[in-house]
Design a binder for this molecule. Structure first.
Ligand code: ADP
Length: 227
């Protein structure tokens, strides 16, 4: 589903390689953590996957498609295959929960009747149905992150990328968000989570890719033991 083939990324203004000859494959339906210190190259990987950045060397494939061959006008279609969730939720503060999720569907001109059905389904899946009329500021952090997950998924992407999704949450809400991501994964979406939260990583027992200074130093399979 995701493949990095000898990918190197050097930013123009830096002599340090943010990624150095990285080879990585993530299969369809996998749940993977990417861990590593600040500056290790985790965000760079995400930006390469969504074609916000181009690699300096190597090729990236999403669902078999080499990203170097994706033309500018096809980039929005590529990004629709990938839902993204951030640490700071990034909801539209002046719109309620329903409209935050529906917004993603309106952006791709889904008919109104279909939007209602899809948004309702996402509200239920993410456990926020009762608060569909609330504004983000009327929700707890955990609830806001559920809305962000619902929004990322409503267009049915094949891949969900989550960048520190529990970074602003207490332990209980972090657990609930990880449970939600696990359920989403069980429905068939490939899930990739960047996190610093060792507790979360340890408890989930999923594949863990450890990256350090732009190099993968460790790739522990699901159920494997952490060092
Ligand atoms: P992480 O997400 O793991 O914290 P990043 O991918 O953001 O790491 O950064 C990897 C390396 O690339 C770091 O050394 C960082 O300083 C560098 N880097 C990131 N973004 C830029 C940029 N826009 N210009 C120059 N260097 C950058």
């Amino acid at each position: 589903m995701i493949k990095l083939d000898h990918v190197t990324k050097a930013y123009n203004n830096s002599h340090v390689k943010a990624l150095d000859d990285v080879c990585l494959e993530i299969n369809e339906g996998e749940f993977v953590f990417i861990v590593g210190d600040s500056g290790a190259g985790k965000s760079t990987i995400f930006k390469l996957l969504t074609k916000e950045l181009e690699p300096s060397e190597g090729e990236i494939y999403i669902a078999g498609q080499p990203l170097s061959k994706v033309r500018h006008r096809r980039v929005p279609a590529l990004r629709r295959q990938i839902g993204v969730v951030f640490q700071d939720f990034r909801l539209l503060e002046d719109r309620n929960v329903y409209d935050n999720i529906a917004f993603a569907q309106r952006a791709i001109s889904v008919p109104a009747s279909q939007i209602k059905k899809n948004v309702t389904e996402m509200l239920t899946l993410c456990g926020i149905s009762e608060k569909y009329r609330f504004l983000p500021k009327q929700l707890s952090g955990g609830e806001q992150q559920r809305v962000a997950v619902a929004r990322a998924l409503v267009n049915q992407p094949k891949i969900l990328l989550a960048d520190e999704p529990t970074g602003n949450l207490d332990a209980e809400n972090a657990r609930a968000i990880m449970d939600l991501l696990e359920r989403i994964n069980e429905r068939g979406t490939t899930v990739v989570v960047v996190t610093h939260n060792q507790e979360v990583v340890r408890s989930m027992k999923k594949r863990v890719i450890n990256i350090k200074k732009g190099v993968i130093v460790n790739d522990i399979p699901e159920g494997g033991r952490l060092a």
